[in-house]
Design a protein around this ligand. Sequence first.
Ligand code: IMP
Ligand code: MG
Length: 172
Amino acid sequence: MISSSEVQKRVKELASQISVDYAGKTPTLIGVLKGSIIFMSDLVKNLSIDVKMDFMMLSSYSGAKSTGIVRMILDLKDTIENKDVLIVEDIIDSGLTMKYLMNNLKTRKPKSLAVCTMLDKVVQNKEKIQVKYMGFSIPDEFVVGYGLDYNELYRNLPYVGVMKKEKIIGAK
Ligand code: IMP
Ligand code: MG
């Protein structure tokens, strides 16, 4: 769906924009494990500002379907009170994960809170989320690569590919 060179070009553009918007600040980038690690590492290498990095692990997916229930597996190491926080996510699908995460982080009183996602899936009944930085808007397909997995596989592909329906167990 999206080639490695297209991804890299877009990541550089996002990094430039973030560097301009946060000039003079040292934001905390919060990567949502595990999907965001490839995107996050490419993104930070292209920033011209200082950043701190922290991570959370959330889970709502089983196979190629969201369970609708978000669980926190791992919390941040440091406090974000009065910090400029930028959430870095691989993909926003229904938006349930991001809504949960934003509501959770807001209670910790960051100075600012914004969202950067590599992919935003166009789906019906989506939670309304303000996304400040978005790599690509994609159609409603199950995709893998560039951090995204199917049952923990294919995260290491350098591009974003559509998972063949016949390969997804239980797909109609
Ligand atoms: P949401 O809560 O429905 O927005 O789903 C968000 C999470 O589900 C993402 O952080 C991904 O980990 C996972 N996810 C959603 N769509 C896909 C996909 O097409 N491929 C792989 N993982 C996905
Ligand atoms: Mg994820």
